[in-house]
Ligand binder design. Sequence first.
Ligand code: GLN
Length: 479
Amino acid sequence: MTEKLTVKKIIEGYNKKEFSVSEISGKYYKKIEEEDKKYNSFITLNSSFLKESEDSQAKYQANTNNLLEGVPIGVKDNILVKDILCTCASKILSNFVSPYNATVIDRLKSVGVNFIGKTNMDEFAMGSTTENSFYGATKNPVNVDYVPGGSSGGSASCVAAGFVPAALGSDTGGSVRQPASFCGIVGYKPSYGLLSRYGLVAYGSSLDQIGTLTNTCEDAAILVKYMKGVDRNDSTSSNINPLNIDDFKQIDLKNKKIGIIRETIGENTDKRISQLILETTKKFQKYGATVEEVTIPALEYSVSIYYIIAPAEASSNLARYDGIRYGLRTTKKDVDAKTIFTETRKDGFGEEVKKRILIGNFVLSSGYYDAYYKKAQKARILLSEQFRESFAKYDFLITPTSPVLPFKIGEGVNNPLALYVADLCTIPANLSGLPAVSIPVGKVDGLPVGMQIMAKRFDDGLLLGVGEFIQKNITDGDK
Ligand code: GLN
């Protein structure tokens, strides 16, 4: 009954009394308890979830229910939910219980959403496979020999496994979209500033956005509608209200100008993936869109820019885990502060996180700052300019979400550079603050392939509207 239910259908079902909150929540919870051993999607389940669902049910009976009353969702373990552990999949936060809610959590709670649990991830959102977790790797529900992608792998896997209709993730360089692509679901990264980052544990603050993992673009729009908007706790949050979010509808492709970014379907992309993307976009023409290839020359620098800027910001953001204020401290009593810092950080952080802190400090250090960090910032501006020019001509830009198929478990750990390079298609949207969504377009060798659609900043509603149209009429229709 819970298999592939959408948020929309759940709300309709509750309102029509087709099923109750207690029934749906009980089924999901039981399914997780019985089946999540196979995938390891969750780090912590919310022990109050069933009680909260009973309360939601009572509200339906009393006709005092809120708009999303009783919708169960999963939350990545780097988004704070009050009184629940927030580990970021790190040993260093393994005992950290959140004292407050992230803004997006408060907003969803205020419309009645219940949070079923905290999902597995790469430590501090650094990774592409969800293998860099202190709590063990997550597996891909489509095929457990493969990774679910990362770093929001637990959120993607729990939606793909039918444990929840939707989950929240975070996306700094593709961590919502790439796992969605690997697991065959929808992953949406909003425009930078559309959602408050307050209560999202910071990785790369100029790149981080909270995003959604769902089965449809419409569900993404429903969730973002209640999460968006300015927040005085995040000065980068915006009060711009995207068209088509408050009154969501599908948007057809008639007269839409669509560009396929040539640099993402070239020799570094699996030919079968490029072919699937080109076959899909060819069908757009039947619905009245014009489709052509477009070039964004600075795209080739994206991976280098990102792997300088993200670690630089991370090295500063992660300085706060020092064994004094947060989480773990591994030293005995009566040692000096320096020993507390170094020993705790040595024991508490995993290898990938340590590597990035070192890289970040290196690129920011005097003597190297100009050659790396400053140059990366200049290249970032160049890339954003080229996107701006392209969006003067095109409504939407298309790429594969990932240039490669899901990795086998263990494959990426031994080849970190291959993982970094595979972020080519998703990183540019973060560097330029653009909204982007990955939708499933089919399979190669039995493994899901996602197509990424990007739009102008704050055209999020149009993006999801067109995404919904494509999914309903083209990609799902074909299956
Ligand atoms: N794979 C990228 C990284 O390892 C993206 C991570 C993210 O978006 N959080 O940094």
